[in-house]
Ligand binder design. Structure first.
Ligand code: HEC
Length: 99
């Protein structure tokens, strides 16, 4: 009994990760012009390679651009990009890029 509950919970977890990644793929479309289709480019020659900074790094950066606590000389560009994203959408994007 306990085992089947564990398996069920694990499957549920996997399911929600893939749903998040789908939403992330959609949301990431507008980012790819600067960051590359898979987050492999340095945006405008200034940003880090975002696929290499990990999901946590992406989440910290996007939330920080929103509240002004993160960023380099070109953070104004990213504030515009991140301002309208919810925390849940930020998590989805991070799951997609750092897959
Ligand atoms: C117009 C080009 C452009 C678009 C579109 C854009 N970015 Fe950026 N992004 C940049 C630049 C430039 C930086 C570096 C900004 C700075 O100086 O902090 C950056 C930085 C970042 C960073 C932090 C990396 C670092 O250098 O610390 C993340 C994460 C990120 N962008 C994610 C995204 C996501 C997700 C989207 C789509 C919602 C997006 N970006 C859309 C240009 C862009």
């Amino acid at each position: 009994m306990k085992k089947s509950i564990l398996v069920f919970v694990a499957l549920l977890g996997l399911g929600s990760v893939s749903v998040m990644a789908d939403e992330g793929a959609d949301l990431y479309k507008k980012c790819s012009a600067c960051h590359g289709a898979a987050g492999e480019k340095s945006a405008l020659g200034k940003s880090k390679i975002i696929k290499d900074i990990g999901a946590a790094g992406i989440i910290t950066a996007l939330k920080g651009y929103k509240d002004g606590s993160y960023g380099g000389p070109m953070k104004a560009v990213m504030k515009g990009q991140a301002a309208t994203l919810s925390d849940a959408q930020i998590t989805s994007i991070a799951a997609y890029i750092a897959k």
